[in-house]
Design a binder for this molecule. Sequence first.
Ligand SMILES: [Zn+2]
Length: 319
Amino acid sequence: MSREFCRTVLGDISSSKMGLTYSHEHIVIDDCYVTSKHPEFLLNDTKKISKELINFYKAGGRTVVDTMPANAGRNILKSADISRKSEVHIIVPTGIHLEMYYPENHWRYSYTEDELTRLFIADIEEGIDQFDYSGPFVKRTRYKAGLIKLATDNGPFTKHQEKVFRAVVNAHLQTGAPILTHTNFGRKALEQAQLFKNLGAKLEHVVLSHVDRAKDIDYNRAVLDVGVRVEYDSAFRWKKEEPNYTFDLLENLLPQYANQITMGMDMAKNAYWKSYGGSPGMNYLIETIPGFLKSKGLEEYYEKIFFNNPRKLFSFFKL
Ligand SMILES: [Zn+2]
């Protein structure tokens, strides 16, 4: 293993092998608390999922970063199977999602900071539970987590969320694993970035998702100035009659923050998947972004967004 590596579901690979990388995806969302209320999130058909990823591979895609953390729809055996079938590297997270993904009496509230830290580290170093912590027995597989996720919503951070932040940063500093977060439409991204900085996280291995949904260029600039990475995934979501805010942000920010911007599709709804009969499909970015960058004279940044930045970001750092 060369010095720089990332941890995929099928094992550690040299980061130089990551190739074209999407930085925020949903590859598997198995039956769980949230899909019982929102069946549109269900992504459990390994045949259909593999088909989409095989097409992604054919278009040049090599690595996807999955973003469903502990007990929120992970099925690590399915993830491993899909990676084998499609040959696409899949990085799977540990960590905890938004509160809405869990029942009110969930263990996330009663576990201490130290217990959460240990659970995250076990996912990264020992292997993810075959049952994804949904029952009393834990049966660790050989498939390990390669990043740590947390999520915040619209309000000021709660005491519970602050505990999760500390546990995530503890696990990050003890394992070298990167951190990825969810923001609601980019809200609280600045507060997330500042809290990570205060907790001593390695900001070049921390990426905040969906910040393009905040639309505002100065706000995005303020987040980037803290030193974290951002992930943009709404290029295909804006309505026809409104500006493409994602494209506007890329045009304005790439020259100054070339090393900090990544992109993904975030296709959590199966209606976005071509293999599920939906659109625009996973290859949308590969089909669209080069032409957009060229039209603005920004084609030199393609390598940064899809190759260099995710490679550095999702590599484990040296302890
Ligand atoms: Zn997502």
